[in-house]
Design a protein around this ligand. Structure first.
Ligand SMILES: Nc1nc2c(ncn2[C@@H]2O[C@H](COP(=O)(O)OP(=O)(O)O)[C@@H](O)[C@H]2O)c(=O)[nH]1
Ligand SMILES: [Mg+2]
Ligand SMILES: [Zn+2]
Length: 320
């Protein structure tokens, strides 16, 4: 749901109060800066209110505040920071972001390379929900792949694989896995190396199980971060970057995992079906909705079996 003006005003007000508080904390730390301290580059691991944990290129983690007026960072931000005498740090700049994940106008993570929608045999996958996630990803220009979990519950694996053929033919990466039986997880892990990932999907599909299998000592990491932050207990509710031992990073929190899809506009929906978008310049009308218009390239392709019925049905259902 779009924010009302009042809600937006509230958020802005809270933001500016936060920035003011951060400014106070920053000036205190600023007075402890080593005069000839150089600037280091790092990555924000997690943020707590006005503070954040920043990791340098060698993997050392510093508790940091931000210099006034540079704005609030989020997990995934690349930053410049200076160390203080007490081995704390002050963030002096946030690099421009390659990508942003926002929920209800609020930034929750930055610099994500790849999204994964996790679905399962139980609760059974629904194409319309998958298509909604694909629309969101296409519109935010982020690559997205599909993980089909609990494959061992399928009575006919061939037909399950066939269900996802139309996604594969659209160049979406599809992995059929069983976290329970550890099926096909090694091939999947290789896809994660050198990139930052987010797993999305409805509850019960096995996201926590998958994450625990990728990062077996996750609980340990959470308590490590808790110690380093000295700010009380870190919980998995803070959006945090975790390193996957086999390579790659995971940006995660319950809020990220159960990311709700906001209302999509007609234009977003049209652009979100990439095979329709590719054809739409061949439709007779520039603003063709691909429903009843004459000489519609999308409908023609559908009739010729070049567009999947399932995708077209989703399109009709999702359109407002
Ligand atoms: N049969 C089967 N169950 C699984 C598999 N992966 C996870 N589960 C179970 O599915 C349920 C939900 O998993 P969970 O990881 O909590 O899902 P989340 O809500 O997406 O985080 C749990 O009971 C898991 O043990 C799998 O590959 N096969
Ligand atoms: Mg879970
Ligand atoms: Zn058309």
């Amino acid at each position: 749901m779009p924010l009302t003006r009042k809600q937006k005003w509230r958020i802005d007000k809270v933001q500016s109060e936060k920035i003011a508080r951060a400014g106070k904390a920053a000036s205190k730390v600023e007075s402890q800066l080593d005069k000839d301290e150089i600037e280091h580059s790092g990555k924000v691991i997690t943020r707590y209110g006005q503070r954040q944990l920043v990791e340098n290129e060698q993997g050392r983690v510093f508790q940091s505040v931000s210099r006034q007026n540079i704005g609030l960072s989020v997990a995934g931000d690349r930053v410049l920071f200076q160390k203080t005498k007490h081995n704390e740090a002050i963030v002096t700049a946030i690099y421009p972001r390659d990508s942003e994940l926002k929920r209800q106008g609020k930034l929750i993570a930055a610099n994500i390379d790849q999204l994964w929608i996790v679905v399962a045999l139980e609760p059974h996958y629904e194409f319309e929900l998958i298509d909604r996630y694909l629309i969101m990803a296409e519109n935010s220009k982020l690559p997205i792949g599909i993980i089909v979990n609990k494959i061992e519950l399928s009575s006919d694996e061939k037909s399950t694989t066939k269900d996802f053929m139309h996604y594969k033919s659209l160049d979406y990466d599809v992995h059929f896995v069983s976290v329970k039986n550890q099926t096909n997880l090694d091939t999947f892990k290789e896809k994660l190396v050198n990139k930052s990932h987010i797993f999305l999907g409805q509850s019960g599909v096995g996201k926590s199980s998958l994450i625990n299998s990728l990062i077996p000592d996750l609980e340990l990491r959470v308590s490590e971060i808790s110690n380093k932050s000295k700010l009380g207990k870190h919980t998995t509710t803070n959006t945090t970057i975790y390193h996957i031992p086999s390579g790659g990073d995971l940006i995660d929190s319950p809020g990220v995992r159960e990311f709700q899809l906001e209302n999509l506009t007609e234009l977003e929906i049209k652009n979100g079906f990439k095979e329709f978008k590719a054809l739409s310049s061949e439709c007779r009308f520039r603003d063709c909705k691909h429903i009843n218009e004459p000489n519609c390239a999308v409908k023609d392709s559908l009739d010729q079996g070049k567009i999947s019925n399932s995708r077209y049905q989703s399109y009709l259902n999702i359109l407002p």
